[in-house]
Design a protein around this ligand. Structure first.
Ligand code: IVH
Length: 694
């Protein structure tokens, strides 16, 4: 049966939310920008046609957030909006027609759309004072210390004709050369690779250590000025002036007067960008004069005077030579295509992922076919289609393997799972090695000095067969192995010893239970507090924990039902690993018996930090406003409904500063009602009024 419109809307929202999280929160996209944008466009269209399904929480209503808890959160003086985008020249022409109808013939500036991560720099009296990421557009992370290490960014300006205070915005980029070097190093160290230069730039900018940032070879191109006293009244004149102050400004900007000139610029750069040393993903077209920009104004999330035309991902056509099958640590089988080498987006491609049997069948991919390969957000390119007109006459449908390519065990399919699995967990080499390698990872037990190669060496020498064997190793056994020696043997033993202090939630993740990733492990640890409690929980009890559904619950039950796994767990317990969550240390009891609700966005702390602070001082966090609540810590953008309810129930609103005072031990300044945020402040949503930006 066909899907109803409502079902399709729900499906798109759910998928967009999922991919948004992958992209903005995890920095690990699974689909290409093009695929994401197509889904977003379809959802926008359906929502426009069916206003009855409007939802304030729809992915179309928000700009993604890249905020983390580790950096100070600061408010943008001018919000950092996003740009409307299109892949269609027709839509771009409509955009230009609309503008010319509204304000008459005007000048456009065409520039490249740099594919990195946005940054806003503040300069006061010619010196860099603050660098903030885009965040949610209203609040971002203060990454000044990291940004100071980027050599393309001037710390002190040249000349003396710059405004006393202004902001300049641009893109922090990782050039291909830095990206390749970084991933080569990470591969050698057994660290996970960055999927693309954009993720590498964003990930680097949020490094805790600015020394690490300094080594990563980041670059920065600036493309927009904001401030009250800019020298000229057009984008072009100001941005060119900024070059004189020492900023890196693109050499590839052009002023265009007609649609033909804009088309020509796009055509040129669709090909020309392939020869640039840094990544770009489109062209940005901006109205040049500020007076015109002001007249056109803004929508809620983007200016009406600019648009991004995005290039389609590059494709190449090549021959599928053969298919290999890789076996992962969970036994999952991944088919990998071997291709006739072909040049694609600056690198030679020889392999591509094929996901699973269903995808192969759906595209009817056959050995010997000419196939289209595309680079999306992933490290390994993927096959997106077959050129049927070039199919050899004698080609045969592809047959998926039925037995494990390594150990020969017949493969199985689990209900609702697209992948095939080798069920021979305990005797299939890549599964055994994969589990040990997962166990020692930085985010798991973090056993330094043990890389993939050393694990293989220990396995080949018969010293380890499972994760518990690691804790029986002796330095004398390691020192005699090739490439090791006394010093590295001792280092390995020391870090194995140190891993016994790794907190419970990471131990739980390290076990490698199917579907129990880092976040799930955190939720399980927080809910059950000990491994014994997780092991003894029934499926019904497991799904009581946050984010745990029946599928994960079943996988946990299966894991602990296995005799072999239980033996390993007992040996790890004997070795002294942390099987219990640490008891939270109470810093004081000043909030004992008090219930809090946190609402809105804050200047100094993230919401999670505030929650932790409440608990550390003996208070309790509640999710909803009710008569049980003693205080609401109110930040900016607190929802009006919450505010009303709080007023009705007479609940005390306190600001972040008042809360800080409450727990600082200095409670002498009992705050007065004037110090409490007013309803007005709370619902000020910081969106610029027309013309306010410049
Ligand atoms: S102007 C108010 N110019 O694209 C709009 N943005 O989708 C200000 N970007 O967040 C942005 N190259 O990170 C502008 N030449 C360029 C750009 C550019 C890349 C990024 C920027 C922005 C995103 C919007």
């Amino acid at each position: 049966m066909d899907m109803t419109v409502k079902e399709r809307i729900d499906e798109l929202r759910q998928q967009l939310n999922y991919h948004n999280h992958k992209y903005y929160v995890e920095n690990a996209p699974e689909i290409s920008d093009y695929g994401f944008d197509m889904m977003m466009h379809e959802l926008q269209r359906l929502e426009e046609e069916h206003p009855e399904y409007d939802d304030p929480n729809s992915p179309t209503k928000r700009v993604g957030s890249d905020r983390t808890v580790d950096f100070k959160t600061v408010a943008h003086r001018f919000p950092m909006l996003s740009l409307g985008n299109t892949y269609s020249l027709d839509e771009l022409h409509e955009f230009i027609d609309r503008i010319e109808k509204e304000i008459g013939q005007t000048e456009f500036v065409c520039e490249l759309k740099f594919d990195g991560t946005a940054i806003s720099l503040t300069y006061e009296n010619g010196r860099l004072t603050q660098a903030v990421t885009r965040g949610d557009g209203t609040y971002g992370d203060d990454v000044t210390a990291n940004v100071r290490t980027i050599r393309a960014i001037p710390l002190v300006l040249q000349g003396n004709d710059y405004p006393a205070m202004f902001e300049i915005r641009g893109e922090i980029l990782m050039p291909y050369a830095s990206f390749d070097k970084l991933n080569t190093e990470r591969e050698a160290n057994g660290e996970p690779l960055f999927a693309n230069p954009r993720n590498a730039a964003a990930g680097t900018l949020k490094q805790q250590s600015s020394a690490v940032v300094a080594k990563r070879g980041l670059d920065c191109t600036l493309y927009q000025l904001a401030g009250d006293n800019l020298p000229f009244d057009s984008h072009w004149d100001n941005i060119n002036k900024a070059r004189e102050w020492g900023f890196k400004i693109s050499e590839y900007m052009r002023i265009c007067h007609t649609v033909d000139e804009i088309d020509e610029y796009i055509r040129y750069w669709d090909e020309g960008r392939k020869h640039l040393p840094f990544p770009t993903d489109g062209v940005v077209i901006k109205v040049n004069r500020y007076a015109d920009q002001r007249a056109l104004g803004f929508t809620a999330k983007a200016p009406r005077w600019a648009v991004a035309y995005k290039f389609k991902a590059e494709q190449a056509l090549t021959t599928l030579l053969s298919v290999d099958f890789q076996v992962g640590r969970t036994g999952a089988i991944t088919p990998v295509a071997n291709l006739e080498p072909v040049l694609l987006a600056g690198t030679t491609v020889k392999r591509a992922t094929l996901h699973n049997a269903e995808q192969i069948a759906q595209l009817d991919i056959r050995i010997g076919d000419k196939v289209y390969v595309e680079k999306g957000g992933e490290i390994i390119p993927k096959i997106t289609g077959v050129e049927l007109s070039e199919r050899p006459a004698d080609s045969k449908p592809f047959e998926f393997i039925t037995a494990c390519p390594v150990c020969g065990t017949p493969l199985v399919r689990y209900e609702g799972e697209a992948k095939h699995y080798c069920p021979n967990q305990n005797h299939c080499r890549p599964q055994i090695l994969g589990r040990i390698i997962h166990f020692i990872r930085r985010k798991a037990m973090d056993i330094e000095g043990l890389g993939e190669e050393t694990v293989e060496l220990l396995f080949e020498s018969g010293l380890i067969r499972n994760i518990a064997d690691l804790y029986d190793l002796k330095a004398s056994q390691l020192a005699v192995l090739p490439r090791l020696g006394d010093k590295s043997a001792e280092n390995i033993i020391r870090s194995i010893e140190e891993s016994k202090r790794v907190p419970f939630q990471r131990v739980l993740f390290a076990l490698g239970i199917r579907f129990v990733g880092e976040t799930t492990a955190k939720y399980l640890a927080a809910h059950f507090r000990s491994l014994d409690a997780v092991m003894n929980a029934s499926p019904e009890e497991l799904i009581q924990a946050e984010e745990i559904g029946p599928k994960i619950a079943e996988s946990i039950i299966d894991y602990f039902a296995d005799e072999g796994n239980r033996t390993i767990i007992e040996r790890l317990r004997q070795a002294g690993l942390q099987f219990e969550a640490e008891t939270r240390e109470l810093r004081s009891e000043v909030l004992s018996g008090k219930n809090f609700v946190i609402s809105g966005v804050f200047e100094n702390h993230s919401r999670d930090q505030l929650k932790e602070m409440i608990e550390a001082h003996g208070g309790k966090n509640l999710a909803a406003v009710s008569a049980n609540v003693d205080y609401i810590i109110a930040g900016r953008n607190m929802g009006p409904a919450k505010l009303q309810k709080a007023q009705k129930l007479g609940i005390r609103l306190i600001s972040e500063t008042e809360f800080e005072e409450m727990i600082s031990g200095d409670n002498t300044t009992e705050s007065t009602s004037e110090q409490q945020p007013t309803a007005d402040e709370n619902i000020n949503n910081n969106v610029p009024r027309q013309g306010e930006l410049f």
